[in-house]
Design a protein around this ligand. Sequence first.
Ligand code: MEV
Length: 326
Amino acid sequence: MVTGKGSAEGSASGKVILFGEHAVVYGSPAIAAGLDRGARAVVTRLPGGPSTLKLGDGSVVADASSSNDLGRAFAALLEVAPAIPPVRVEARCDLPPGGGLGSSAALAVSIARAAETLVRGDEARPEEDAAIEARVLARAAAWERIFHGNPSGIDATAAARGGIFRFTRAEGARPITPRQDLVLCVGSTGHPSSTRTTVELIASQHTKDPALVKRSIDAVTSIVGNAVLAIEAGDQRALGDLMNMNQLVLSGLFVSTSEIEELCALARSAGALGAKLTGGGGGGCVIALVPPSFRSDGTRDEEREAESAARILDAWRSAEGHYEGF
Ligand code: MEV
């Protein structure tokens, strides 16, 4: 949306990875879903450079000539051709940084969208929309490469499109139509994690013992294939089992932690059908699948589902670690 003379706004979603994180970096499929929470950016034209970036309440500020990661990522996003002229960016994100919920990609996509809107102004032609979205993803990928090294692109794709979809590096996103709504709780370990670190950890395992990592990737590929079928068939019990299996494989790749395992165990004991880490692991967040409830006429009983979700959130909050969730 163009907000007035020389300013434009953009927004983007956070995400959870339902299945297949890390394996997706090696070309396997993964499943992601957009979150209601996300990022919003306002971009304003400046008479001259350098472009500036203010995050949140203004406590984090960078400009496109800074040599820190944020400054370099910001510059990389703006420099994707055609380069964005000097701008002031103010962006906010209501996702925890390092939580595995796609805060970095959501910021990048919201800034790129606002910048593209500002540059094309009111001249937008609908036939250009696909090219503009492709450029938004290219700008977000340039930003993500600074923070994450070798991003698969799933986070930026989720930030840009929301919804639930299967993704591969080669084919991009293919929407999935769930037979039933999925209700998830997100629990936080309280420890931010670095996706770059866990992606590099698996890359070094891959260099040392490619066959071992390949076996894990193959296992995840079949878990993801079955998960697509379970989502489309509305078989949430199977979906929960598949989440638990995916978590086992991720633990075997050493990207789980004792807090992640505890959050998963607490959620399962409180009635979740399955639980696993989401995103890079090594800290960050877990997701837990809330069992669906139905009334006698077959309609969903949202009240009972909210009670089931509350049991999981209570189990997290009343544990020794006082984990937060939503
Ligand atoms: C991070 O949300 C997902 C990872 O698979 C990294 C990536 O795909 O870029 C860990």
